[in-house]
Design a protein around this ligand. Sequence first.
Ligand code: XMP
Length: 178
Amino acid sequence: MKNDIERILIDEAVIQKRLDTLASKIEDEFPAGPIVVIILLKGALVFASDLLRRIPRELSIECLNVASYHGGLESSGKVDFLDRHFPEVKGKHILLLDDILDTGRTLRAVADRLTEEGAAAVHTGVLLAKDKKRAEEVEADYIGFEINDEFVVGYGLDYKGKYRNLPYVGVLKLSAAN
Ligand code: XMP
């Protein structure tokens, strides 16, 4: 796996340190009371599991399966909800977590759906945000790192299902993207 990585963009220690800061920001800023955390599968799993263990607050966890990349290097432009059931969010304060903010379509579609379903408030957190013009008007409330517009893998992010278990975020070699 390591041989497929062009360069490490954000190493493990830097990620972990940043999560300390993000977690205390969330703890300080979130309204009092329990939080319902919605994790977007599968990319946000690793980020969420490290982040949530740093938040000393009552919270519950829900996962949502949405697809926008369909296994490639470019967003397909369409967000599909793949679950048969949608979590109960009416009147709840939501922390919606995704791995990366790219075109913005995923976060926009899921945040809109949560609002439609009656969530009291939807706050969003992403490990990475690509520095680019978004297709949708959306920014995350909590951002781990801003990165250039290039395809990255590791720490939850995949290419064709691989590399999610790398402990760092890296840029994939072009030769590995085939
Ligand atoms: P949008 O475009 O909806 O994208 O903001 C969000 C989803 O697209 C995937 N994505 C990536 N996955 N490396 C990846 O492994 C990337 O560089 C990348 N950019 C976008 C990701 O699933 C995210 O949830």
